[in-house]
Design a protein around this ligand. Sequence first.
Ligand SMILES: Nc1ncnc2c1ncn2[C@@H]1O[C@H](COP(=O)(O)OP(=O)(O)OP(=O)(O)O)[C@@H](O)[C@H]1O
Ligand SMILES: [Mg+2]
Length: 404
Amino acid sequence: MSKYPEQAANQGGRPLVRITAILDASSGAVQSILQQDASFSVDLHTASQCATLPLQAGQPPDLILLEPPSSDQDRLMAWLRTLRMTAPDVPVLVIGERLSVNAVQALMALPASNVVPLPFSQNDLLGLISTVMRRHTNTGPTSAQCLSFMSAVGGAGATTLAIETAYQLQSMSPAAKRVALIDLNFIDGACASYLDVPANLRLEEVAADPERIDEALIDAFASPHGSGIDVLAAARSPFGYRCINAQSIARLLDVSCSIYDHVVIDISRWMQDWTLDVLAGSDAAIIVSELTVPALHGARDLALNIETENPNTVGNLHLVLNRMSKRVFGHSISLPEAQKALGRNAIGSITSDWDGAVGAVNYGTAVGQANPKSRISKDIRTLIHTLEAKADDHTTMEHLQVAP
Ligand SMILES: Nc1ncnc2c1ncn2[C@@H]1O[C@H](COP(=O)(O)OP(=O)(O)OP(=O)(O)O)[C@@H](O)[C@H]1O
Ligand SMILES: [Mg+2]
């Protein structure tokens, strides 16, 4: 299944997520959360009246929410068994605190499922919906790990960090792994010039006939870099966004995800009609901020705006602080101060290393390629491990509590 699907859209142009909800005590809370967002259409049922699941044959929803009446584990088991037989591919979230061992086993037998522990907040619920649906779309053969980098303010470092992440993923992985760095900043993207490779992506061809985009075309557009990564970047153009469209971007990313093991995206904060879909379709979308008060406030506002505009990004949107200084004195901002200004924790921080960063761009390499001992490289490896651990947490159903 596509990571960047062209689904039915609501009036705001976002994909419509059809949810069948069979709920007990949480019915009101779930309804008030989901009703606030036009991208959800909810078919609501009362759990105590559903001895069997109210699903229409041949018309599975995009997501099922289950809350057994009075925590009745036998009822839940019966539902889960039915789902395994009739709709095994539909992602499932179970609301409840203590599940029986049998119910846990039945739940884990489904390819995309998780538990919403009580009590839950709006962010908890939207985050778990987003995670379980992302896991669902990532289970097919077309499932490169996809990381996007967006700077909160000009020059915060998204391009540098995207390049270094692609390089580190390439170096950390076995030789057979393939890594693509895709520059979606079509106005003044710098990936190709930072790595001194030709910008071969021809936007007119991509946009003219999205269905033509296949493995052979991506191979023709890709510029191999000496480090082993492939760079997909278009020549800079002040009118770069004019000749591209959402359908072509979705197809470009989808085919790339089927070819590569890792796809790293450098994306501009100037929103196009496809930007939010790219962020929501990424396994992690990283907003890069530098350590100044205006940049931190910019990052805070950007993250909130993105999450409000597309709740599918809740849970996979992270903030990274770039150019952290080790200075104890002077005017530099500490990590706790930065996180206070952001209004949330940063998932990682990258040490400032001007020599390393400038040396790399001047020689057309990634930072770690020019200097494997650079602090930037070390911090990026830590960031990659943190993101992987976070993804694993979700897939091991960290919230599960098994009743004795
Ligand atoms: N951790 C770092 N330490 C020192 N210098 C850095 C670091 N990260 C980035 N830089 C430098 O900061 C400058 C801006 O970086 P970069 O081009 O990656 O930012 P950007 O956010 O992508 O910029 P733009 O808004 O133009 O797209 C570059 O000169 C780069 O070498
Ligand atoms: Mg940039």
